[in-house]
Design a protein around this ligand. Sequence first.
Ligand code: PLP
Length: 342
Amino acid sequence: METKMNIDWANLGFGYLKTDYRFVSNYKDGRWDDGELTTDATITLNESAGVLQYAQTCFEGLKAYRTADGHVVCFRPDLNAKRMADSCRRLEMPVYPEEKFVEAIEKVVKANLDYVPPYGTGATLYLRPYMFGSNNVIGVKPAEEYQFRIFATPVGPYFKGGAKPITVRISDFDRAAPHGTGHIKAGLNYAMSLHAIVDAHKQGFNENIYLDPATRTKIEETGGANIIFVTKDNKVITPKSNTILPSITRRSLMYVAEHYLGLQAEEREVRLDEVKDFKECALCGTAAVLSPVGKIVDHGKEILLPSGMNEMGEITRKLYDTLTGIQMGRIEAPDGWIKVIS
Ligand SMILES: *Cc1c(COP(=O)(O)O)cnc(C)c1O
């Protein structure tokens, strides 16, 4: 099915473009209402709303897109539902029921079907579920009323003209405290990363790699993506830590490495001082799937990955092609990974 929208899909950036419908559900007196689609993109809040005063908010991110055989699908939305429930529990927010979360995703995509980019453009319909404390609080405590919303916005291909390896620095800032909120998708984790990323860009780096906050000797992740490494004997390694956000892309890639590519895949602690021995490195998350890293700079000391600054490493490429092939319906998916919407 073709879309009738007059949008230049291939040249769309990663920005907000208002679509027709969004889903809204309100929590009041201890229960969620049925929720509904609305055309109103504006939120009116009391000046003392919990989200405005104490940042009581969390979010998710996933995509809807067209597959090779013409369906509109989402990739593992049940995992977004579960992760959001985990985020809510940690922030003392009411969980939005997981099945209803997936149903609401389906409603938003169906209502905005014309905004799902055509297959082959690399563009997708990005979905942003989120929740926030909506009633007024002034003493520090959880809000009593909440709003859960999902909006959709079409986004362009993450890499225009191929995925160029990026340069990242080891950050002097921390993104998460030990026993803090690094493992949940809270807006507050992003607020405190903004200074670090603006500074990184000023210094000529694409991203920050954060170290474990307790010892600053182990690799964690970047501000918005998990990290994978490939060893010289083709083992796929990802850092294990309870202050890392459990990326759905990363969990899927580790499965693909093991079950589709026959590689050993291991989640374990990764020391900064062993990074020089790896042959490939990449960032992973919903937006780009995989973003190859060519160079890691640790306070002036440059670590050049053998895969270089021109193209993705061989294993990174295989992982990328296989996972995007599964997502786009060109390769058979494991049970339950693809949710067909229409
Ligand atoms: C969202 C996010 C990721 C990526 O998760 P995906 O589920 O793969 O999109 C990684 N790290 C952080 C800090 C995130 O917020």
